[in-house]
Write a protein that binds this ligand. Structure first.
Ligand code: BGC
Length: 750
């Protein structure tokens, strides 16, 4: 028999208006004096998001607990060490739980197809106290707790929060409390990292807009909220609206679509502190109205919020625009790794779109230690896929779109098994395997790989090509019209078949690693069949069907082509890149791989030129426009400063930032040569336009760094390795040195 991790704690709810965040409370006499408390642990979770306080003080630094998971099957509880809080007070212990709507009753989704998990939010908590004499005491939630409306009178992740400080002095009428039954087999101890506050950012400018509004610039597109302490006449309302960009000198809120991103703070007349922790916004700019007196740069600050992750990768080079691109990629990850890896953090979406992460996972794993964060998300991916009607990978994880009621005129087909999006089931574990080398986790992730490939098998035609079913293809090809993001140059079936080859190949490798030998043979055979079909149907004298950068990039990097065709394809890709004047011509599918395909086939100059191009569309064009995060579209903002007319225009979407992986591994030169960096290859590939680069990666074995410089004298490289770590150093002239640990200085002719 398994014991319930929350013991007898009941899930409780209050009779309250949907907008209000109820506050549940109890006050309990302790069996022993507080001085005899040796340990106290609070376990809690919610359908909704909760904040626990002990004697009025926060029980934890984490926010937005329990985070977002596939709640139907996996509801994490948190364990907070509250020993000091319980031991240090006096008299009875007071426990408060504030309950917000969060993701559970969250109106998640878009196109008026908002969905949520249920109409009733509830919270459960258990406080275990141990005393010096060996005795213990347990306090649990049940219907004996009281509830009132907290000071939060409106809360929504998309729309924002209203906090009425007057309620702090007048609690109002009690709300009825009742116990709720939930499926307690869904409970498990949180395995992903908590969401925490990180940077605190002050305004860089405050001014009045052309229409007379007070605008604040934080200098960085960030995710979180504003906080401040203020005093003003009782009942004064301060309203704050958020946006990522300005248009015509005013907040550019159209890209937020239906998300209001608006916080309201009502003053009590005393000195009030506000921090809207039951919502979050993606913004760089805020419009503040109703502020009593003059708003100054020290009046308020922005709080950056994301899942806890250790920063592992750093890069700097001689080209400041590239450094800013890397900065934008890092900030894109911060903003979109908030409990779930999302497409974007600001508009009425913020969903775990699988394809976005499939494109970006390798870059993410270099920049931060994402092992626990992504492993937790993959557990959701597995459970959602196993429960999806055709056992194909849903487009978003957690799959809230299954609850959405799309408007009749909305063209959202019930996609099953889409390449790249579905391939996340394999490519994300692949990125984790390469970065962290954890075979147990690979084994746990493997069943989703299998479900994915089995669902794809139904869409393979007798030709052996993945050419049945719907595809999103090379999403956001810059040549696609703004309102048709899927209308790419690349043939979607060529893309899908190449992706199938990559997926089957890694699934075979994964099955071998975890000892599933029969499966390994099955996927190896699928890979071989797919490769043969691809070459027979899509390759003609080295020309790949639809003859555009994306199809060559995938065919080369995934290893689908025969050697002769590969060399031809590399040359053809370089030609396409030159003919486009080094403007980017790829979307979600091709972008992570196009520079890799060029450099691996000997076209380093073209790869560097593509990276360093600043005209639109290019990676550096947004940088020249002042971007501080990666944009969703190559031209989310047009050169004249107007916002792209497309329905989807985010300024914080990491997918197209996936070139970061190539920057770290090829420009920087730090590559894993064995899973988890148990062995490394240092192979920087210098190219025109960059004269030095310094890269480091804090691996589980210690920090690896590589710094190179070129000048008339040639190429000089300094490598520092943790003790005992084997490395092969590959110099631009082809020389290879085998070393183990230590600092190594090498030179080569350039
Ligand atoms: C999201 C994308 C996503 C796409 C797929 C968009 O609305 O923002 O990033 O992958 O839809 O349909």
């Amino acid at each position: 028999m398994t014991t319930d991790p929350l013991g007898n704690a009941r899930f409780i709810t209050a009779r309250a208006d949907r907008d209000v965040a109820p506050r549940f409370s109890t006050e309990v006499d302790l069996d022993r004096p507080r001085s005899q408390v040796t340990a106290a642990v609070l376990r809690a979770t919610a359908h909704g998001v909760y904040e626990a306080r002990i004697d009025g003080r926060p029980a934890s630094d984490s926010v937005l607990d329990p985070g977002w998971t596939a709640y139907e099957w996996r509801l994490p509880y948190q364990e907070h060490d509250v020993s000091d809080l319980v031991a240090s007070g006096e008299g009875p212990v007071r426990l408060d739980l504030v309950l917000g709507n969060g993701w559970y009753r969250g109106d998640l989704g878009f196109a008026a197809a908002n969905a949520n998990y249920g109409e009733v939010i509830s919270v459960a908590a258990l406080l275990d106290i141990a005393y010096a004499d060996g005795s213990s005491q347990r306090i649990t939630t049940d219907a004996s707790w009281s509830a009132v409306a907290s000071d939060t009178t409106r809360n929504s992740l998309y729309d924002g929060q209203t906090i009425d400080a007057r309620r702090r002095f007048d609690e109002g009428a009690p709300l009825g409390v009742r116990e709720v039954d939930i499926d307690r087999t869904t409970l498990f101890q949180q395995s992903g990292p908590p969401v925490l506050r990180h940077e605190i950012i002050s305004p860089v400018a405050i001014w009045t807009s052309p229409s007379g509004r007070c605008l604040v610039d934080f200098g960085q597109n960030l995710v979180g909220w504003l906080r401040f302490t203020v005093q003003g006449a009782e009942g004064t309302e301060i309203e704050i609206r958020h946006a990522e960009v300005l248009e015509d000198g005013e907040l550019g809120i159209r890209p937020l679509r239906a998300a209001e991103a608006r916080d309201v703070f009502i003053l009590s007349g005393n000195e009030d502190s506000f921090e809207p922790t039951l919502t979050f916004h993606g913004f760089r700019y805020a419009e503040v109205s109703g502020w009593p007196g003059e708003l100054a740069v020290d009046s308020l600050e922005a709080v950056v919020v994301h899942s806890e992750m250790r920063r592992t990768g750093h890069f700097a080079c001689s080209e400041p625009l590239v450094n800013q691109l890397v900065h934008n990629s890092v900030w894109g990850q911060k903003g979109n790794f908030l409990s779930v890896p999302t497409d974007c953090p600001q508009r009425d979406e913020r969903l775990g779109w699988t394809g976005d992460l499939a494109a970006y996972a390798a870059s993410a794993c270099f920049q931060f230690d994402t092992a626990d964060f992504l492993d937790d998300w993959l557990a959701d991916l597995l459970v959602e896929t196993a429960h999806s009607p055709d056992r194909g990978v849903p487009l978003v994880i957690p799959d809230v779109l299954k609850y959405a009621d799309f408007p009749a005129d909305f063209s959202m087909p019930p996609w099953a098994a889409a390449a790249i999006w579905g391939d996340a089931a394999i490519w994300v574990p692949q990125a984790l395997w390469i970065a962290y080398g954890d075979a147990d986790r690979l084994a746990a992730q493997y069943p989703a790989m299998k479900l994915h490939l089995e669902s794809v098998e139904r869409y393979i035609s007798p030709t052996g090509l993945w050419d049945l079913g719907h595809q999103l293809g090379d999403w956001l090809d810059p040549d696609a019209p703004p309102d048709q993001p899927g209308a790419a140059k690349a043939d979607p079936h060529v893309v899908a078949t190449a992706c199938l080859y990559r997926s089957a190949t890694f699934a075979a490798e994964a099955a071998t690693i975890i000892g599933e030998t029969e499966d390994a043979a099955r996927w190896a055979e699928l890979a071989e069949r797919t490769r043969t079909a691809f070459n027979a149907h899509y390759v003609d004298g080295g020309i790949v069907t639809s003859d555009c950068a994306t199809v060559y990039a995938l065919a080369i990097v995934f290893g689908v082509l025969d050697d002769d065709d590969r060399a031809f394809a590399g040359a053809r890709l370089a030609e396409i890149v030159r003919d486009a004047d080094y403007r980017v011509t790829t979307g979600f599918a091709g972008t992570p791989f196009v520079t890799w395909a060029l450099s691996e086939t000997g076209h380093v100059g073209e790869a560097y030129a593509l990276l360093l191009e600043t005209g639109c569309p290019s990676w550096l064009y947004p940088v020249t426009m002042g971007a501080t995060t990666v944009w969703e579209r190559w031209d989310s903002m047009l050169p004249d400063g107007t916002i792209n007319a497309g329905e989807m225009t985010s300024f914080n979407h990491y997918a197209l930032g996936a070139v970061a992986d190539w920057i770290y591994q090829v420009v920087g030169g730090i590559r894993p040569a064995a899973p988890g960096y148990g062995r490394v290859r240092i192979q920087p590939v210098p190219g025109p336009g960059i004269t030095w680069a310094e890269t480091s990666y804090a691996s589980a074995h210690g920090t690896v760094s590589a710094a190179w410089r070129t000048d008339e004298g040639g190429f000089a490289l300094e490598v520092a390795l943790p003790d005992g770590l084997p490395a092969e150093i590959v110099l631009p002239d082809g020389r290879v040195e085998q070393v183990v640990g230590g600092v190594h200085r090498l030179t080569a002719a350039h």
